[in-house]
Ligand binder design. Structure first.
Ligand code: ATP
Ligand code: MG
Length: 278
């Protein structure tokens, strides 16, 4: 995937016949494009395998992630998406959602000496998006601020490639090996350290949303470790369950604290979080 400028696979070009296209990200075995077509605007995700680097082992599963996400979208009963295979891996397209993500939206709260408090309405939008998924019996597995797109009418929770809760075709499935460690619940971190794998759960999603709200509002991680800590060092800090005394101001603060409880059973469900906020 290096050398030549990235291109959309021909199958995707045939399906969408883009009028305009823009590469949004290309990293760690995944490209995302924004595509304008006669059918509407779409996010196109294209996966390819990545080779090992100094700090990242080879990850053939990145090639499968878009098809796995497509299979999840199908199980969730969404329409207006498609997925399939290309030479190096798999792809999907799904509706493009306009709007900032949670981290961008709360940037003013993170300015030094900021008096802007995180807006409860935005937090509630994220809670509702996650509650909708949990209500269908699924866990997301990769809840993070960038995955909440705050649109004019509703908030969308994107990137369902790691979600668990229903059947995924064996050929597109792969084990869950944890997520971004800043958002990883202690029990997930412990399992990944011990076995290399873990089971995404709704309780871990609630923790991840608590950590997402905290980071977006304050710029601080839920657990303290040096910026340059290796991934296993970060996981060991998270697994220890020792929270750092960072609080969100205002009414959100107590709720975030409960969501970050070390024991999964002590965390509120997403519906309880929603009730407390509304
Ligand atoms: N449906 C969508 N609508 C709008 N933007 C999207 C959509 N899907 C993806 N994006 C944009 O592309 C970025 C990456 O998408 P996504 O998280 O799904 O891919 P990824 O390869 O799993 O990335 P990462 O490894 O960072 O999680 C998102 O943070 C968002 O900015
Ligand atoms: Mg993602």
């Amino acid at each position: 995937m290096s050398g030549t400028p990235p291109e959309l696979p021909i199958v995707v070009l045939d399906a969408l016949m883009p009028k305009a296209q823009r590469l949004v990200v290309n990293r760690r075995g995944s490209m995302v494009w924004e595509v304008e077509s006669h059918r509407g605007r779409y996010a196109v995700k294209v996966g390819y395998p990545i080779e090992a680097t100094a700090d990242w082992p080879a990850q053939p599963w990145t090639a499968l992630a878009p098809a796995r996400e497509g299979a999840v979208l199908y199980r969730l009963g969404l329409d207006d998406f498609a997925y399939g295979e290309w030479e190096l891996g798999t792809w999907n397209f799904q509706p493009w959602h306009e709007g900032p993500d949670l981290y961008e939206l709360w940037k003013p709260c993170r300015e030094p000496d900021s008096r802007t408090e995180p807006h409860t309405g935005a937090a509630l939008g994220c809670v509702e998006a996650l509650a909708e998924l949990h209500g269908k019996g699924w866990a997301h597995g990769d809840v993070q601020p960038a995955h909440f797109i705050i649109g004019p009418d509703r908030t969308h929770l994107i990137d369902l490639a790691l979600a668990r809760g229903g059947h995924v075709p064996e050929g597109y499935d792969f084990p869950f090996r944890g997520c971004l460690v800043h958002y990883e619940a202690p029990e997930i971190a412990r399992s990944v350290l011990a076995t290399g794998e873990a089971e995404p759960t709704q309780e871990a999603d609630v923790y991840a949303l608590g950590a997402s709200l905290l980071i977006s509002a304050t710029g601080r991680r839920a657990v303290e470790y040096p910026d340059d800590a290796s991934r296993p060092e970060q996981r060991r800090a998270v697994a220890s369950g020792k929270r750092r005394p960072v609080k969100v101001d205002g009414e959100l603060g107590e709720l975030v604290h409960a969501m970050l409880s070390p024991a999964p059973g002590d965390r509120p469900t997403i519906y309880e979080v929603g009730k407390a906020l509304s």
